[in-house]
Design a protein around this ligand. Structure first.
Ligand code: MD3
Ligand code: FE
Length: 203
């Protein structure tokens, strides 16, 4: 049995914290209103991961930079409402490791296919770095890397599986992190995607 561990100071892994069937159904509903898309980036490329958002604020990228927006740049409409099921899940995961006042106003959904990866970066578009971030893994497994306060070098690696939740708080908020190239799941060869839902207090 895998139990909750503090894998890095103030970084908690909650293995199999949630079932994912309902989460997948809610993602289907969200992407009917706000489909997955790659976004332009300031360096003249596109994000290699298709993404969408729900909640009051969504993370967006364009030639100008990265920021939070109340509207979807594709449609001009507000992002889909954050399902109460999502909100409660984020709240209970944060509370389970001692963050009792977490209130997510932003929910980013990333879609990884086999072969995709996310390079090392920091999350620094939020206003209050004392608020934790909650992330939920769905579908294909992934290896997550934590580099600490330098972009590269020796990383702590964490395998994440369907239903695992991570909570990042305090000092760990500004750590560099990455997702290694996603591979097929030998236990479920039909699985094609990994979804990651990230809950943040952005404002
Ligand atoms: C570590 N997404 O969207 S979420 C991202 O699996 C992002 O899709 C990854 O990194 C994914 O920005 C990882 C977990 C996460 C979120 C915030 C962090 C890890 C973090 C902030 C600080 C350190
Ligand atoms: Fe990140």
């Amino acid at each position: 049995l895998r139990s909750t561990t503090e894998v890095y100071p103030q970084t908690f892994l909650l293995p199999s914290f949630t079932q994912t069937k309902m989460l997948r159904q809610l993602i289907v509903t969200i992407i009917k209103q706000a489909p997955f898309r790659k976004m332009a980036t300031p360096n003249g490329h596109y994000t290699n991961i298709p993404l969408t958002n729900c909640g009051d604020w969504g993370w967006v990228s364009d030639e100008q930079g990265y920021r939070y927006s109340e509207t979807d740049p594709l449609t001009g409409h507000p992002w889909p409402t954050m399902p109460d099921y999502f909100y409660q899940l984020a709240n209970s995961a944060a509370a389970a490791v001692g963050f009792n006042n977490f209130s997510a106003d932003a929910c980013l959904i990333n879609q990884y296919k086999i072969g995709s990866k996310l390079g090392s970066h920091q999350d620094k578009n939020e206003r209050d770095f004392t608020q934790p971030i909650v992330s939920v893994s769905i579908g294909l497994p992934a290896t997550f890397q934590i580099f600490g306060h330098r972009r590269s070098g020796k990383a702590v690696e964490i395998n994440l599986y369907d239903g695992d939740v991570m909570v990042w708080g305090g000092q760990s908020r500004m750590m560099y992190h990455a997702v290694k190239t996603i591979k097929a799941n030998p236990n479920n060869p039909a699985q094609r995607y990994r979804y990651n839902i990230t809950f943040r207090s952005s404002q």
